[in-house]
Design a protein around this ligand. Sequence first.
Ligand code: NAD
Length: 485
Amino acid sequence: MPVKTPITIAYGDGIGPEIMAATLKILTAAKADIEPEVIEIGQKVYLEGFTSGIPDAAWESLIRTKVLLKGPITTPQGGGYKSLNVTLRKTLGLYANVRPNVAYAPFVHTNHPKMDLVIIRENEEGTYAGIEHRQTDEVYQCLKIVTRPGCERIVHYAFEYARKFNRKKVTCLTKDNIMKMTDGIFHQVFNEIATQYPDIQNEHLIIDIGTALVAAEPERFDVIVTSNLYGDILSDVAAQIAGSVGLAGSANVGNQMAMFEAIHGSAPDIAGKKMANPSGLLNAAIQMLIHINQPKVAALIENAWLTTLEDGLHTGDIYSKEHSKKKVNTDEFADAVIERLGRNPTHFKTVEYKETKTNIECLGESKKPMAKKELVGIDIFVDNPNMTPEQLGEKVATITGPLKLIVITSRGLKIWPNCMIQAPFAQHCSCRFQTSVDTKNLSTVTHMDLIHLLQQFELLGLDVIKTENLYTFDGKIGYSLAQGQ
Ligand code: NAD
């Protein structure tokens, strides 16, 4: 008797329990060698007072099994608890979110019958770090955190994935024409790592035209690697044009652990009605079986699932008179897949997966000499409800010391000196201090110089809401210039 692989199961909220029951029924019928351990997470747990949405006992199971198959979780919008999904991804170090999007024409309606792409989304960084502050009565901020090791890991993962699954091209999507540093480092790392994979084509596109092309010509893409927020949005677009958000599964992968889930949410509008398509979660479970090295069961289930689609037994989300034979509910769909275990599709290519002893592991810590970092100034943000930019500039320019006021900005736009616009938003201002206007000719300063500067802001009665130190790295400035500076 083979040893069964323990896996942690979370049914989740909304349609979660229905699609998980259907999926587990199929896994059992296919004789997957798994030992499910059920944990409780999500809404019920939030209501019991665990603000993280996950109780301690559930962590214990996860850390032991290292594999989680998870139903969708309802996350409050706007306020309330932090997203449990994001907590799980970050706490478990699940840095890569792998989202295949495949068209199943002519059995599922799509305008893109040849579409077959995989989105590899960075899963821990960017704006999803969720670091937000309200700084003034009217101003809110979300920090976008991007690290070089984080970029290296995800880009490496994308190329390794392409190689492992015989894909030909990796496309990187960023907005580095605007966010030259955060998206810039992602693009730069992509260019560096691409050279290590001469067998795989590479290209970079700006995210806006990239998204437009995914929507219009998805067939031109193979593997896409992108950052957290872009990848999240793009993969729903891709899933929808492939046929339905109800079809796509996703893997959240780290070096130690992995979590598998459908890409869709808890669909409260159809919860409890047995209407949900379990295919997204089933496809996630197929990825899980490959991950735990049960490729034969994965292929057995996928071939039966493809045969079910070919036979026209479709849940409501993909049902159409033109493409379907019968509309089935969640349980009927699961039973139809079970009945077809052992059959191979006739239209689609029969799926085969190879045994792999190891999963992709990317550390993202290329050893580089540390740049020489020098403190050359400070941005001091103030809450300025009353003064015009000119009045504020005049006041702050009286400050003495090695650091001089160079520019005042609001929302990244220069508003002092020589403000060119009539009525700028001036309530949230950043006063930039350097030793010289010329960024090629900066001297270093000390933290005591900065403290002295801040004391003078206090004496002037200005409300400092945040500061950002300005550094050079090997003589190059490590901060953006103001728009119009
Ligand atoms: P959703 O994906 O739940 O639903 C969007 C639409 O798609 C709805 O009309 C729904 O009925 C339909 N749909 C989704 N899955 C389907 C399926 N399997 N079969 C048939 N139709 C399906 O998105 P939403 O309404 O924006 O979000 C609902 C909740 O889910 C929110 O609380 C959100 O935060 C959460 N959510 C969770 C996850 C996750 O757990 N990974 C992901 C996305 C959203």
